[in-house]
Design a protein. Structure first.
Length: 563
């Protein structure tokens, strides 16, 4: 057994391979690349390392790589029980036959492992290391890594503190939270030259401490752009979810001058998803925050001018131009607009929960709260994909997760892969035909009442948190009457429009175009859209081609082929 024990109790990487030649190569690749920060254990069989893992129960196990063998399956099961946050991957040979690969797929589907990793074929094998480092990155996201670059100090019962942490989490920005009553919190305040305070404090390296800052203050301290540039844009995209980000990327890649205006946080509802497993090109899955961050980086590299914190309050036409007005009194002038404002989760009609919003009651998944709920009972309300993803993520920390749904089945509203994952997660319970009737606690949520919709019987249960991800409403109240919407507020586009409302009634709306010429809508805010991340991104990309068609028609003599 290759096993270097160190008193530091560093995180462990454990690998099992019965073949001597490939085991030696595996040990060399892991030790040479990760030996500085992890204790690497490479063994011949699962039995050889089970005792070691039991001995390491007080240490962190970050990753276990095991072949597809009976004793190794026992190893993965033991790991899940003793080290629930450890990432578990099957080791497969590059030339394993079809039947072996089909068995691997079945093992993954049953939840026996998180992913598979192909054994290294040479040195260095960067494809092998890419898979390993991605799994380790996932583990650190779950485990939590101390960072000194950004510190948040405050009262754990403060809704504003939770909001700031959630904002950082949704932008995939590493940070550390310290309770103001802890030694670490007091030390962080002292290091920043601050006297103790109950107000939230954000300390960003290289900046003066921010006391009870607005989201815009935090964004500016982190280097975000919060003001529009001068002159006229070709396209202004309103909303930074998958549809808006895709529109910005494709418009920028084709040489258009683009501004993207986002009021709260990148990624929209998708940005709160702990793990999206069915997005094309990410077989291991990707968190909504990471996907949004990558897309934002891509948009910026193509020249998109980001306007963070821009709360759009009005839209009007001035001849061939469109004016986007912001709450701070500034405005953006543009030739075309793409609306991608998405939807907002509806709130529960339970007045007693209003005072607990942010201190136990969360609308959206609020993944930044997960680690603080270790060993607790939490409830998730909703039967869609976002609710399913939240429940699976929370189950890695909470002792018990209860999904509360009004319907009698998840199949009609949730993807099959999520339903199956929920079914095999032992600490997730589903309460069908049930709704939240009441809730309360001393300064934060401590209990909720659940009503059986068929019998009317109410049962009280302890709950440290309630995550509400139910039906959503489109964010369109700010639009003028000339932008037609249906009875629920979703924007009519293309074939859903009878004709333009304004003076250009002789031309039928283009695909994704609204009843105001030059104004387009994509993603969840659009009437008839498919509520999925991939379809929203697809609409944003395709819409740019239609925007080009509109702009070319507005500029006589313009022509060109764009792919």
């Amino acid at each position: 057994m290759h096993d270097e024990r160190r008193a530091s109790r560093r995180p462990r990487i454990v690998a099992v391979d019965h073949e001597a030649s490939t085991r030696a190569r595996l040990a060399d690749e892991l030790d040479s690349r990760y030996g500085r920060h992890y204790d690497v254990v490479v063994a011949r069989s699962g039995e050889d390392v089970l005792a070691d893992l039991d001995d390491a129960a007080s240490a962190d196990v970050a990753l276990v790589l095991a072949e597809r063998r009976d004793d190794h399956s026992q190893l993965l099961t033991r790991v899940r029980a003793r080290h629930p946050h450890a990432k578990r991957a099957l080791l497969v040979g590059w030339n394993e036959n079809r039947s072996a690969r089909e068995e691997v797929v079945q093992l993954l589907a049953r939840g026996d492992a998180d992913y598979y990793v192909t054994k290294p074929m040479g040195s260095p094998d960067e494809r092998f290391h890419r898979a390993v480092t991605e799994l380790l990155d996932d583990w650190w996201r779950l485990r939590g890594r101390p960072y000194d670059t950004v510190n948040v100090i405050g009262d754990v019962r403060s809704a504003r503190v939770h909001e700031i942490c959630d904002l950082l989490h949704r932008h995939d920005f590493p940070y550390a939270f310290h309770s103001v009553d802890s030694d670490a919190g007091r030390a962080a305040l002292e290091a920043a030259g601050m006297t103790p305070t109950r107000e939230p404090v954000v300390v960003v390296e290289g900046h003066a401490p921010l006391v009870d800052p607005a989201n815009l203050d935090v964004a500016e301290a982190l280097g975000a752009r919060t003001r529009a540039g001068e002159g006229t844009y070709d396209v202004v995209v309103i909303g930074g979810g998958p549809a808006g980000l895709a529109a910005a990327v494709y418009a920028g890649s084709e040489g258009l001058r683009v501004a993207l205006v986002e009021r709260t946080s990148m990624g929209g509802q998708a940005g709160t998803s702990s793990m999206i497993r069915n997005y094309l090109g990410f077989p291991r899955g990707i968190s909504g925050a990471e996907l949004a961050t990558r897309a934002l980086d891509q948009a910026i590299l193509f020249g998109t001018e980001m306007v963070y914190g821009g709360d759009v309050v009005a839209l009007r036409a001035e001849g061939p131009l469109r004016i986007v007005e912001l709450a701070d009194g500034t405005s953006l002038t543009t030739r075309a607009v793409v609306i991608a404002t998405g939807v907002a989760y509806r709130t529960l009609d339970v007045p007693s929960l209003d005072a607990l919003n942010g201190v136990g009651v969360h609308y959206g998944s609020a993944m930044s709260q997960a680690r603080a709920l270790t060993g607790e009972h939490v409830c998730v309300v909703g039967g869609g994909n976002s609710a399913g993803q939240a429940a699976i993520h929370l189950a890695q920390y909470a002792a018990q997760v209860t999904i509360v749904v009004r319907s009698t089945s998840l199949a009609a509203s949730m993807s099959d892969y999520l339903v199956k994952s929920i079914e095999r997660t032992r600490n997730i319970e589903i309460r069908y035909a049930t709704e939240v009737a009441d809730g309360g606690g001393d300064g934060r949520l401590e209990w909720i009442d659940l009503r059986d919709r068929s019998t009317g019987v109410i049962a009280r249960t302890g709950a440290a948190a309630l995550f509400v991800l139910i039906g959503a409403d489109p964010c369109t109240d700010w639009l003028p009457p000339s932008v037609a919407r249906d009875a629920w507020g979703y924007i009519a586009t293309g074939g859903h429009c009878d004709c333009h409302v304004d003076d250009d009634a002789t031309r039928a709306p283009l695909m994704f175009e609204t009843t105001m010429p030059g104004v387009f809508a994509v993603g969840d805010v659009r009437q008839g859209s498919v509520k999925r991340v991939a379809s929203a991104a697809g609409e944003g990309a395709v819409c740019v081609r239609v925007v080009h068609e509109y702009l070319d028609a507005e500029t006589p003599g313009a022509d060109g082929d764009r792919s």
